[in-house]
Ligand binder design. Sequence first.
Ligand code: C6P
Length: 407
Amino acid sequence: MPFDVSRIREDFPILRQRVHDRPLVYLDNAATTQRPASVIAAISNYYSADNSNVHRGVHDLSERATRSYEEARVKVQRFLHARDPREIVFVRGTTEAINLVAQSYCRRLIQSGDEILVSAMEHHSNIVPWQMISEERGAALRVIPINDQGEINLDDFDKLLSDRTRFVSVPHVSHVLGTVNPIKEIVEMAHRRNVAVLVDGAQSAPHLLEIDVSDLDCDFYAFSGHKLYGPTGIGVLYGKSHLFESMIPYQGGGDMISSVSFEKTIYNAPPYKFEAGTPNIAGVIGLGAAIDYLKLIGSEAATAYEQELLSYAMSSLSEVRGVRVVGTAAKKAAVISFVVENVHPHDVGTILDLEGIAVRTGHCCAEPLMRRFGLTAVTRASIAFYNTKNEIDSLISGLARVRETFN
Ligand code: C6P
């Protein structure tokens, strides 16, 4: 059955609006996606009917809230193909998930002279937490290079792996280049040296939609709810049970303990020992609703449709004079960064905005990657399954307007 995008668009109320008197063309999905009405309703229903704290009350409202919260954990477990719901920790987003691993796993592990490997295509969230730990522990951050298409060469990765390597953290999908990285191979190679791997899934969860952490065999996997058609302020850290068991939490507070005295605290079991304080209950429930929605529309059809839009956009862009795409990997998700000759990306973004088209411009939280390509900024159009070929055509016409303005 063909993917019925007009039908899908009806599920997203925000897409019906006009911006600067033009129909909104939302192509900033890598920054954050829009939410279907069912996610908005789930949050509203929770606050209207069940709002209460979780894991704390014996009253009915608290039990309902707890049930919905824990059901959402199971939905995430199934979405990621994790073995056990206890391998799912709720956090604020990918950034907090990475910081949790840096502080609770790596801090004790890393010694002076050790090395942590990241790639040249990282988001700042997958650089800075490792730099902080490296500086504190006297370790070094090493960078896996990428080629001009924006791909990791596994031989280069192999050369960097050594007896000093203690940890590897790489993105599944690049938020600037769209590259889909060979995670399974990277994990296999790191594991041969007993090195654990974190996968930054901020962009893969929304674009690949089928994530199988058991098959990838990664040790940690992080993603953000707001990029997966869910709420902001909620995200997920998957971790293998034996690792979560061995880790010491870096945030203390309510709900993460099994007993407290002034002399000693005994921590709760995972995942609760990493969820100190009242969590984002509405966010968790909204994320569960987003996963339900993705199941309903069929992730295979949605990703196939997105790939079709990607090919259409790439070939349309190749015909616009003066436009150069940055990131042309053989395996690519629907994220397209480009530069327009002699026009600053902020000017491109402003002119497109006047046409009702939302894109991201700037360094995209990837300054080292910009430098790798000799740039300071790009324009990025990132596609979701609710976008259309007509919207890609609008982008192309908008770029023609950019060229006219600056010629
Ligand atoms: N990228 C973008 O416009 P948070 O902010 O915690 O939800 O996600 C951080 C993050 C980590 N890794 C990757 C690969 C990402 O793309 C992001 C967020 C957005 O590209 C906002 S900067």
